[in-house]
Design a protein around this ligand. Structure first.
Ligand code: VG1
Ligand code: CO
Length: 543
């Protein structure tokens, strides 16, 4: 056994963002770039020698290469056993499931999630902790600090591992176990949802389509929907994971999941349409000519949770990221349970879930999940919807409109200005920040500002704090504008503007959301000078 010590120099740009380290593939291909970051992860951990590590990725270009390197480095660093998904594939929620089930000390997930892949796309590395969730800021900061001092890394001389053959191989003192990427996760889903009811629905003529966007969810969706739940073959579209996602943008929204949207808004569409993202943690839900906003989806899952066997006893609490609409708050109020507001990013839900304070949580960015793992989970949300439909015997549109009748409708939209100039985006945010104290009391298009701040968060469990998490402008009627810069993009800056207005009157709940939010869209531009500062007339993506 030959462990080599390789001399290296730090890279100054290895600070993880909202969800892991994401960079263009050529950056990760620089000599020692991946190795430095991986060694920094090991260096930041204690007492992992001899323990288990979970490893897999979303199948994008560089996945297999990176896995071979990480296996040899794990062996050199004293890891006892690595569970790696067959073919190098693990969705983010499946990795979380394995970490928990097999008590690993952590997991390394290779994904840049919704960012495009391929030789000139993005690659990414996420590190998850023993609870199965994303490393909290304290851990990512330690990893980053380590990456700034690194001078050497350790790697074993070993042959490439065959990732396609399930079974065990020994490299050095470490065992590599190639595991079925899907089985444990599928079993977990079967333990939560009413597979009999969903199976009867799907084999009984109810038509659905699931678009995996050539990303990691394909094999999971085929096994669960087509094999275990007996949906007709072909229910899962674009189910073959490809290194470049077929040239697409694996982001399940109305713009990037165009093929699915065309089907669901075309002639004689299926009753249910769904899509997931690159690493399988996001979901989009569509009905016949009908789109469910992710914020509404979270509220509806919370309101209907007891229809699902896994939540039949009721939910203890809910949490949403700050920019996510307040629709779920109204459900929590009615149920008499707590509702927590956290910064953007799943890592902020971990402590609340671990402490049993919340059962369900979600983000406006097509992410919903529960205490079954510590990540958001695309297929879980899709199965949750199918379970509700099977039990209620109503269409997606009927379920949503019923919900609005009971709780009121929250018109909601996010406007993204992608790839704008970094300096201009920073100036826009700085200008907003410096003007915040002048806003309360001011009236724009009939909307009076009652609160304007830069969101900060104190974790109720461990007291850790996070500052500057997005600018909130709240109006007297509860309407809100939120501004923040993306922490996952790799080119220029992405400005996200979140718009929200509450409409309790059921006779006014059938407007197009962009129309209903028209005044707020105008106010956002007036206050933030978006057009002037970004040089853009309109957002690149509206969801
Ligand atoms: C975006 C979303 C955020 C999500 C994050 C990771 O972050 O807004 O809600 O948690 O992506 O999702 P940002 O900083 O770009 O707004 V995933 O599915 O890409 O890992
Ligand atoms: Co994702």
């Amino acid at each position: 056994m030959n462990i080599r010590t390789i001399a290296t120099e730090p890279f100054d740009d290895q600070k993880p963002g909202t969800s892991g380290l994401r960079k263009p593939v050529p950056t990760f291909q620089k000599p020692n770039y991946l190795e430095n970051f991986i060694q920094s992860i090991f260096d930041s951990q204690e007492n992992y020698q001899g323990q288990r590590l979970v490893l897999g990725g979303d199948g994008r270009y560089y996945n297999r290469t990176a896995i071979q390197t990480i296996l040899k480095m794990a062996a050199a660093n004293g890891v006892g056993r690595v569970l790696v998904g067959q073919g190098g594939l693990l969705s983010t929620p499946a990795a979380s499931c394995l970490i928990r089930k097999y008590q690993a000390f952590g997991g390394i997930i290779l994904s840049a999630s919704h960012n495009p892949g391929g030789t000139d796309g993005d690659f990414g590395v996420k590190f998850n902790i023993p609870n199965g969730g994303p490393a909290p800021a304290e851990v990512t900061e330690t990893i980053f600090a380590r990456s700034q001092e690194i001078r050497e890394y350790y790697i074993l001389d070993a042959d490439e591992i065959n990732l396609d053959q399930p079974g065990e191989t020994q490299i050095g003192n470490m065992t590599v176990e190639v595991v079925d990427s899907v089985a444990d996760y599928a079993d977990l889903m079967a333990s939560i949802f009413d597979f009999d009811a969903i199976g009867n629905l799907l084999s009984g003529g109810f038509r659905m389509v699931m678009d995996a966007l050539h990303a990691v969810t394909g094999p999971y969706a085929k096994e669960i929907l087509e094999n275990r739940l007996q949906a007709p073959n072909g229910t899962v579209r674009n189910g073959e994971p490809l290194e470049d996602f077929g040239g697409g943008h694996p982001d399940p929204n109305l713009v990037y999941a165009r093929e699915l949207v065309e089907t669901m808004y075309g002639n004689n569409p299926p009753a249910f349409g769904a899509a997931s993202d690159g690493d399988g943690d996001r979901n989009m839900i569509l009905g016949d000519h009908f789109f469910v906003t992710p914020s509404d989806s979270l509220a509806i899952l919370a309101a209907n949770a007891t229809l699902v066997p896994g939540y039949a006893q009721g939910i203890t609490g809910v949490a949403r990221s700050m920019p996510t609409s307040q629709a779920v708050d109204r459900v929590a109020k009615q149920l008499g349970i707590d509702c927590y507001e956290t910064p953007t990013g799943w890592k902020f839900f971990g402590n609340l879930l671990d402490a049993g304070k919340v059962t369900l949580c979600g983000e406006e960015s097509f992410g919903t999940g529960s205490n079954h793992v510590r990540e958001k989970d695309g297929l879980w949300a899709i199965l949750f919807w199918l379970n509700i439909i099977a039990k209620r015997g109503q269409s997606v549109e009927e379920i949503v409109k019923d919900h609005w009748q009971t709780y009121g409708r929250t018109y909601y939209s996010r406007h993204d200005y992608e790839g704008v100039d970094k300096d201009s985006a920073n100036t826009l945010m700085e200008n907003l920040r410096s003007g915040l104290s002048n806003l309360p009391g001011k009236v724009f298009h009939g909307y009076e500002v009652t609160l304007a701040d830069d969101f900060s968060y104190r974790d109720p469990i461990d007291g850790s704090t996070a500052e500057k998490q997005g600018i909130r402008i709240v109006f007297k009627d509860g309407s809100r504008l939120v501004f923040r810069l993306s922490g996952t993009g790799t080119h220029g800056a992405t400005l996200r503007v979140y718009l929200e207005r509450y409409e309790p009157d059921s006779s006014k709940q059938n407007q197009d959301s962009q129309t209903a939010l028209g005044d707020l869209i105008a106010i956002a531009d007036e206050i933030a000078q978006i057009k002037t500062m970004t040089g853009r007339d309109e957002p690149s993506v509206i969801t």
